[in-house]
Design a binder for this molecule. Structure first.
Ligand code: NAD
Length: 480
């Protein structure tokens, strides 16, 4: 793979050919603000051609499950071989630290490895209709067939692994794909696409269109030939995609204002405080859909927890993401950092107490702990998507569950307790797609079913579950 220090241009990829035509979008290093490359913007014609290619390829080139599995495993190996370049590119274009970006590459390798395994296990199930009176002579089962052409749209924050979660299962299921990466961080994804070609993926299986959401993305979602859309991003855009795409499969992985409950019987408060600080401030600089945002802490341990948590936040070093000593890099843009700064200022003006942070330097926002917040403040009821955490006391289990559920979102929640009954009550009563016991809301391993309810989305990711979303289940009935 090419060196990453020179200014590189990336085209749209249609039928395996990279096309360098049209207007360019500059891509910047989010810490130095230097331009590191440019992508060619896909206009409506380019998007149309990409879809035509994906439709034709789906009809003409069929890969066996074993072939798909091999290509995906080879992709995982190539990701490992190109780790250094991928990490370097991620650090530059997303502004996250070297450690954080290495973790993302590890996870993408895992996602492709799991997709490779799952490619060999796609199956339907038996349907015992012979049990129905009058149908004794029938035998029934289901088979899963690929949906056809998948339109995949991905966000900026973890561009490699979140694209892997769409492309890996789509190929495993035998679909062709048109991928539109984020316009602010597309380069790592374009490198992945080239590695998949090197791994043996036939031309046309994975086409890429670059550009802004309201142009390139919009052209893609308006193309009726796409059989399914899979989107990761904000609830605002997710709702728009759902409303615009009519009667077809759509899966949406959207935001969250993730709660974690820390009960009075939780063991090792200091360790929990450090972990919560890591997952609220360090992972993706707080720009993760399941980043710790609301901490509900039992009144009996509130003071002890708060003091440990604030100290853990203050101990984190903010700075150049390329420096291995840095814990927290920068946010994706100054505009986003200013938005977070304004939300914090607004909360403080309305009575919140700033325990630490609240400081911005360009695109860097310092880890910020707020107390004395109320449920109507944006930092509590909306998705902050930055390194800001509110710590809120509670007296009773009922109150903790009610406050954690007081959200338009429902992706994942965490709970620390050694009380088995409370933990199981939380599992039943928390309105979230995932409940994580004795860990924060941020836990995710790539094989598990992952996806939200309410405004957090529709459908599940995790290769096994995405393959279910990306296949049609057909019933077969034999009259014997
Ligand atoms: P975003 O919604 O602004 O953009 C996501 C993608 O959608 C980009 O590629 C963008 O160009 C495209 N897009 C925008 N408008 C479009 C349109 N009209 N038609 C088609 N495509 C369009 O999100 P972002 O700022 O890149 O990412 C942050 C959001 O992503 C947060 O809300 C976060 O919670 C969410 N997210 C969710 C998960 C998850 O798995 N649930 C993971 C990571 C991020």
């Amino acid at each position: 793979m090419e060196a990453t220090n020179k200014l590189l241009e990336y085209g749209n990829i249609i039928g395996g050919t990279e096309l360098f035509e049209g207007d360019k979008i500059p891509i910047y290093n989010k810490y130095t603000n230097e331009q590191i490359g440019a992508v060619y913007k896909a206009d409506q014609n380019v998007v149309k051609n990409a879809v035509t290619n994906a439709v034709d390829t789906f009809k003409k080139i069929k890969l066996s499950p074993a072939d798909r599995s091999e290509i995906l495993l080879k992709t995982a190996k190539l990701l490992e071989m190109n780790r250094e370049v991928l990490v370097h590119t991620l650090v530059q274009e997303v502004g996250r630290t070297v450690t954080d970006c290495n973790t993302e590459v590890d996870r993408a390798i895992n996602t492709f490895t799991i997709s490779s395994e799952e490619a060999k296990r796609i199956s339907g199930h038996g349907v015992p209709i012979e049990g129905q009176k009058g149908h004794e002579n029938r035998l029934s089962f289901t088979v899963r067939t690929p949906v056809g052409v998948v339109g995949a749209i991905t966000p900026f924050n973890m561009p490699l692994n979140l694209s892997a979660h769409k492309v890996g299962p789509a190929v495993a299921a035998g679909n062709t794909v048109i991928l539109k990466p984020s316009e602010v961080a597309p380069i790592t994804v374009l490198k992945l696409v080239k590695l998949m070609k090197e791994a043996g993926l036939p031309d046309g299986y994975l086409n890429v269109v670059n550009g802004f959401g309201n142009e390139t993305g919009q052209y893609l979602i308006e193309d009726d030939r796409v059989n399914m859309f899979t989107f990761t991003g904000s609830a605002r855009v997710g709702r728009h995609i759902k409303n615009s795409t009519g009667i077809k499969k759509v899966s949406l992985e959207l935001g969250n204002n993730s709660p974690t409950i820390i009960h009075k019987d939780a063991a090792q408060i200091g360790d929990i405080a450090k972990l919560a600080a890591q997952r609220g401030f360090v992972t993706a600089n707080g720009q993760a859909c399941i980043a710790v945002q609301r901490l509900y802490v039992h009144r009996d341990i509130y003071d002890e927890f708060l003091s440990e948590f604030v100290q853990a936040a203050k101990d984190l070093k903010v700075g150049n993401p390329a420096d291995p000593q840095t814990d927290i890099g920068v946010m994706i843009s100054e505009k986003e950092a200013v938005r977070v700064e304004k939300w914090v200022e607004e909360a403080v003006a309305n009575g919140a107490k700033l325990e630490c942070g609240g400081k911005r330097e360009g695109t860097a926002y310092y880890p910020t702990v707020l107390t004395n917040v109320n449920a109507d403040m944006k930092v509590v009821c909306e998705e902050v998507f930055g390194p800001v955490v509110s710590v809120i006391p509670y007296e009773s289990i009922d109150e903790a569950l009610q406050k954690a559920n007081d959200s338009d979102y429902g992706l994942q929640a965490g709970i620390f307790t050694t009380d088995f009954n409370f933990a199981m009550r939380a599992v039943r009563e928390l309105d979230f797609g995932g409940v994580i016991i004795n860990d924060v809301s941020t836990f995710r391993t790539d094989a598990m079913p992952y996806g939200g309810i309410k405004n957090s989305g529709l459908g599940k990711e995790g290769p096994k579950y995405t393959i279910e979303e990306m296949t049609n289940e057909k019933v077969v009935v034999m009259n014997l």
